[in-house]
Design a protein around this ligand. Sequence first.
Ligand code: ADE
Length: 227
Amino acid sequence: MRIDILTLFPNMMRMFFDESIISRAQKKGLVEIVLHDLHDYSLTRYGSVDDYPYGGGAGMVMAVEPLANCIEDLQSQRTYDDIIYTAPDGELLSQPVSNTLSLKQNLMILCGHYKGVDERIREHFVTREISIGDYVLTGGELATAVICDTVVRLIPGVLGDEQSALGDSFQDGLVAPPEYTRPADFRGWQVPQVLLSGDHAKIQQWRYEQALQRTRERRPNLLNENE
Ligand code: ADE
């Protein structure tokens, strides 16, 4: 998979992608994340990429030309499955959305900023708009990092054990059951006996029941959605 990210703050994004699991995935050749500094597409001497909104009002708007030039430059090199724009009024990110995106070959993500982008970019280029939650971020960079993190970890081979992504909270519409590791007894706080039994069928059943109970207690909306 290749992900092209269009941003005003490539250094901020680099810090995130050059660490941890995403960095290892890139080294293994499972994903290529390419950052593009929108300032490089500025039409002005000062490298500006924003302008005052028509009709007045506070804030600046990301201008259509630098963005269109950058997007078309990339489109001339390959076909994109989706051009994503991060915005608080987009579709809410969820595990099913991440699952769908993880199956794509080429994604482009445009990080929104200022007051937003010139609407013509959304109308003519963007194919999908994603919000990571009902709150407003200063910019789309954090949202893009979140989207990439949820997507990249689903690519086969990225996590050591592929099963571990399938066992995530939300993958089966339930939150994850509790996990324990050694020691079995810490200050008298015992690991549930069933996990020490070696009976895999029983353990599976126990995990399912725990997941169901936790979902009922913490996120009942997930159960209603499945009915
Ligand atoms: N940009 C600003 N707020 C955002 C949000 N909640 N999700 C995605 N992009 C954003």
